[in-house]
Write a protein that binds this ligand. Structure first.
Ligand code: FUC
Length: 748
C-alpha cells in the first residue's frame, strides 16, 4: 500500500469510528405532537426558533424571537410568545394515521423532517432555522405532481391579524412597552397556484392549490437593540424583516439548506461521544418509548444523545450577536410564561452556560457575556439605589435583557456572572479579550464586594445580610455568598497577574480574599450552609448553594481540600438524589467533582425519568419530557444544559490547574470514547478512548501553548520530548511542555 492510500485508509477508519459512534442523534416519533411542552420538537438559530408539531392534515409551528420582551430597565416584564404558522392541508377530514408516519429531529444536521404516505402519495416536510440566512425555512414536497393544496395562516398571539401581499403574509404589532414586532412569511410554489383569501377573524390567508413543492421562508424581528445607549431600540422590525427576506428569497432551497448545515456542523461536529452501544432493537424504537424502557434497558446511546441534545439546544438558542438563552432557551408559547421566561440569576442562567466552553461551543457563550456587558450601566444605577455609596453593581433574582429586575436581591449574582467572564478566558487564553472585555468587569464587581463586605473586629470579612437560595434566614456570612466572592476574587487576582496590571489593587483584593470567612464543617460532618451550625440533615431543598465551591467553583476539590470535599459529600448525601430537573443536573456535576462516577450515573438515571404531563412540581417531579426537554417541571432548559455539562465533567476536568482524565467514569460507561472536549488552557482533547474503565488512547492538542499538566489513573507513554512524570496519590501526573499547535499522543 502506498503511503497516501494508507493515509486515506486510516482516515477512513477514523471517520467510520466517529460516524459509528455518533449514530444516536435522531430524536423521532411515530405520531404527531399533541402537547407543546412535552411532545413538540424545537428548532432555532439563536434568535428565532419554533416548536414543530408535525401534524398530518394541520401543521402547526409555534415560533419565537428571543428579543420580544415586555418590561424595561426597571420592570422585569416577561418574555412573550410571537405567533403561530399553520398549514391546513386539504382532506382535513381524513384522520387516518398513515402507517409509515415519522417525525424526526436530526441533531447532526439541525433539520426536522416529517414523512408519511397517504393515498399512495409520499409526503416529505423539512424544517430548519438558519443562522447565516436568519430565516426559518419550511419545505413541502410529495412524490406526485400537484399533490400539495392547503391554506397558510400566520397568527399573532395578540389580537393583530395578518395581511397578504402577493406571496407574502405579514402581521405586526406593538407591546405595552412600545416594542414593535413583525413576522412575514413568503410562500414560493413549484407548480400550482397561490391566491389570497380573507377570514373575518383571522385576516388574510394564502391558499395553495395543487403545487408540486412549496417553500416557505419565515422571518420575524423586533426593534430591540442590545444597547442602553440606544434605549434598547434599533431599526424597525419591518426594515429588518425586509432585508432578511430580500437576501434569503434569492437563494434556492438547497443553497439555504447547505449553508445552514455547514454553519451548524462547524459547531456541533466538534464533539463526538460514545458511551457504549445500545441494542439494535432499542435503537429502532421511537425516542419516547426508549425513555419508557430506559429504567429496565441498557441504553447508553440515549444518555449520549441527551448530552448532544444540550449542545444542539445551545447552538439553537445562543448565537453570537444575540441574547442569551433564557429559562426556556428561546421556545415559549405563552405571554405569561413560568417565572416570566426570564434570566434567573441564582443558578439558572449560569447553568445554561456550563456546557459552552467544555463542550467546544465557546462562541455560544458570547451572548451571555455580551448581555452582562450590556446591563452594566443600568445595574450600577439600580444597585446604587439599594446599596448607596458602593462602586460596581449586582443583581436581583429575576431579570430581563434590559437589566430590569424583580424579586429579592441576589447580592452574589454579579460575582457568579463574573465566573463565566473569567472562564471564557480560562478556556480560550484570549489575552485581548481578558484585557479589554473581561478585566474591567471582573474589577468593578470586585469593587462592589470591596465596598459591600463587612469587616468584623477580628478582621474576618462577611457578606452582610445574604440569603442561601431559596431558604433559611437572611443573615451575615452565608456560605453561598462567601464562596462566590472567593471565586470572584480568585479570578480577579489571576487576571491582574496575567495582565501584569493594577498591582496595588490586586494586593488589596488578595488581602480581602485571605480574610473571607472560610467554609466550616458542622456537627454532623456536613459543609455548613450558614455560619451557625444549624443545617438540618433532613433538608432536601433543591438548591445546594453552599456547595458552590465544589462546583462550579474551584475552592473545594478532592485533591487540594480533601476534608472540605468530604464534608461536601456528607451534605450532598443528605440533600438526596431526587429533585427538580436542574437540581439533579447540578448534582451530577457535584458527584463528578467528588470523583464518584457511579453516584453521578445514578443521577443520570434519575434525570432520565419520563415526565408526561405539563404541570408544575417543585418536589420530586423532575426529569425529561418525550421531546427530551428538561422538566423542572414545568419545562426549564437549564437542566438540559446542566446535564450536558455534567457528562463532560465526568469525563474530563481542569478546574484545579491540571487536566484530569476520566475523573468520574461510572461502571456503566466502562468502554467508550470522546473527541473534541476542551480543557482550561485551550487544550483540545482530540481523542480519548477507554476500555474496561482504563484509558487506552489519548491525543491532546495545545491551541495556545504553555504547560500542560495531566493527571491520569494509568501510566502513559509518550514520544513527546521532555515529558516529566511524577506519581502522586496513586495517580501518574505528567507535565508536558506544549507549543502552539503541539499534539501529544499517548500510548498506554
Ligand atoms: C429558582 C428555583 C426554582 C426555579 C426558578 C426559575 O428560583 O428555585 O426552582 O427554577 O428559579
Amino acid at each position: 500500500m502506498k503511503l497516501t492510500s494508507l493515509k486515506l485508509f486510516l482516515t477512513g477508519i477514523v471517520l467510520l469510528t466517529i460516524i459509528g459512534n455518533a449514530r444516536a442523534q435522531q430524536m423521532w416519533d411515530n405520531r404527531p405532537a399533541k402537547t407543546w411542552m412535552t411532545d413538540a420538537y424545537p428548532i432555532g438559530n439563536g434568535r428565532i426558533g419554533g416548536m414543530i408539531f408535525g401534524g398530518i392534515n394541520r401543521e402547526q409551528i409555534q415560533f419565537n424571537d428571543n428579543t420580544l420582551w415586555k418590561g424595561d430597565e426597571q420592570d422585569r416584564g416577561a418574555y412573550q410568545a410571537f405567533g403561530n404558522l399553520y398549514l391546513d392541508f386539504d382532506k382535513a377530514t381524513d384522520t387516518d394515521m398513515p402507517a409509515d408516519y415519522r417525525r424526526e429531529l436530526d441533531m447532526k444536521r439541525s433539520v426536522h423532517t416529517t414523512t408519511f404516505t397517504k393515498n399512495g402519495i409520499k409526503y416529505k416536510r423539512e424544517y430548519f432555522c438558519s443562522f447565516p440566512d436568519k430565516v426559518m425555512v419550511l419545505r413541502y414536497t410529495a412524490d406526485k405532481k400537484g399533490a400539495l393544496s392547503g391554506i397558510l395562516r400566520l397568527t399573532d398571539t395578540r389580537p393583530n391579524t395578518a395581511t397578504a401581499n402577493g406571496n407574502r403574509l405579514t402581521f405586526s404589532g406593538q407591546l405595552s412597552n412600545g416594542m414593535q414586532y413583525q413576522a412575514t412569511a413568503i410562500v414560493k410554489l413549484e407548480g400550482g397556484s397561490l391566491s389570497k383569501q380573507a377570514d373575518d377573524k383571522e385576516g388574510d390567508q394564502l391558499k395553495i392549490t395543487k403545487a408540486d413543492a412549496v417553500t416557505i421562508l419565515l422571518a420575524a424581528a423586533t426593534d430591540f437593540n442590545n444597547s442602553r445607549a440606544t434605549h434598547w431600540r434599533g431599526e424597525a422590525p419591518s426594515i429588518k424583516v425586509d432585508s432578511i427576506l430580500k437576501v434569503a428569497d434569492t437563494k434556492p432551497y438547497t443553497t439555504l439548506l447547505q449553508r445552514h448545515i455547514a454553519d451548524y456542523q462547524r459547531l456541533y461536529g466538534r464533539v463526538h461521544l460514545n458511551l457504549g452501544t445500545t441494542s439494535t432493537a432499542t435503537m429502532a424504537l421511537p425516542t419516547v418509548q426508549r425513555l419508557i424502557n430506559y429504567k429496565k434497558t441498557f441504553d447508553p446511546e440515549l444518555e449520549a444523545m441527551i448530552f448532544q441534545y444540550g449542545r444542539y439546544l445551545l447552538i439553537s438558542s445562543s448565537r453570537k450577536g444575540g441574547l442569551p438563552a433564557n429559562l426556556q432557551g428561546l421556545w415559549n408559547e405563552s405571554n405569561n410564561p413560568p417565572w416570566g421566561g426570564d434570566y434567573h440569576t441564582n443558578i439558572n442562567i449560569q447553568m445554561n452556560y456550563w456546557p459552552a466552553e467544555p463542550t467546544n461551543l465557546s462562541e455560544c457563550a458570547i451572548p451571555y457575556l455580551d448581555h452582562i456587558n450590556a446591563i452594566r450601566e443600568i445595574r450600577k444605577i439600580n444597585t446604587q439605589k439599594q446599596y448607596p455609596g458602593v462602586r460596581g453593581w449586582t443583581l436581583r433574582t429575576e431579570s430581563n435583557p434590559m437589566g430590569g429586575e424583580s424579586y429579592l436581591w441576589n447580592t452574589p449574582g454579579s460575582a457568579w456572572y463574573a465566573q463565566a467572564i473569567w472562564e471564557h478566558y480560562a478556556f480560550t487564553k484570549d489575552k485581548a479579550y481578558l484585557k479589554n472585555f473581561a478585566y474591567p468587569i471582573l474589577k468593578e464587581i470586585s469593587e462592589f464586594w470591596d465596598d459591600h463586605l463587612k469587616r468584623r473586629p477580628d478582621g474576618t470579612l462577611v457578606s452582610p445580610m445574604g440569603w442561601s437560595p431559596e431558604h433559611g434566614p437572611t443573615e451575615d456570612g452565608v456560605t453561598y455568598d462567601q464562596m462566590i466572592v472567593y471565586d470572584l476574587f480568585t479570578n480577579y487576582i489571576e487576571s491582574a497577574d496575567i495582565l501584569g496590571i493594577d498591582k496595588d489593587y490586586r494586593n488589596h483584593i488578595a488581602e480581602l480574599k485571605d480574610h473571607l470567612l472560610k467554609p466550616k464543617i458542622g456537627k454532623w460532618g456536613q459543609l455548613q450552609e450558614w455560619e451557625t451550625d444549624r443545617d438540618d440533615p433532613k433538608d432536601t431543598h433543591r438548591h445546594a448553594s453552599h456547595l458552590f465551591g465544589l462546583h462550579p467553583g474551584r475552592q473545594i476539590s478532592t485533591i487540594k481540600t480533601p476534608e472540605l470535599a468530604k464534608a461536601a459529600k456528607v451534605s450532598l448525601l443528605a440533600r438526596g438524589d431526587i429533585s427538580t430537573g436542574w437540581s439533579m443536573a447540578w448534582k451530577m456535576n457535584f458527584w463528578a467533582r467528588l470523583q464518584d462516577g457511579d453516584h453521578a450515573h445514578t443521577i443520570v438515571e434519575n434525570f432520565i425519568t419520563l415526565v408526561s404531563n405539563s404541570g408544575f412540581n417543585y418536589t420530586n417531579g423532575g426529569g425529561i419530557y418525550g421531546n427530551l426537554l428538561c422538566a423542572h417541571p414545568p419545562f426549564q432548559i437549564d437542566g438540559n444544559f446542566g446535564y450536558t455539562a455534567g457528562v463532560a465533567e465526568m469525563l474530563l476536568q481542569s478546574q484545579t490547574d491540571e487536566i484530569q482524565i476520566l475523573p468520574a467514569l461510572p461502571k456503566a460507561w466502562s468502554t467508550g470514547s470522546v473527541q473534541g472536549l476542551m480543557a482550561r488552557g485551550d487544550f483540545e482533547i482530540v481523542d480519548m478512548q477507554w476500555k474496561d474503565s482504563k484509558l487506552t488512547k489519548l491525543i491532546i492538542k495545545s491551541l495556545a501553548g504553555g504547560e500542560c499538566r495531566l493527571r491520569t489513573d494509568n501510566a502513559l507513554k509518550t514520544t513527546a520530548p521532555n515529558v516529566k512524570t511524577s506519581k502522586s496519590g496513586g495517580d501518574f501526573q505528567y507535565r508536558l511542555p506544549t507549543k502552539v499547535g503541539g499534539v501529544y499522543s499517548f500510548s498506554i
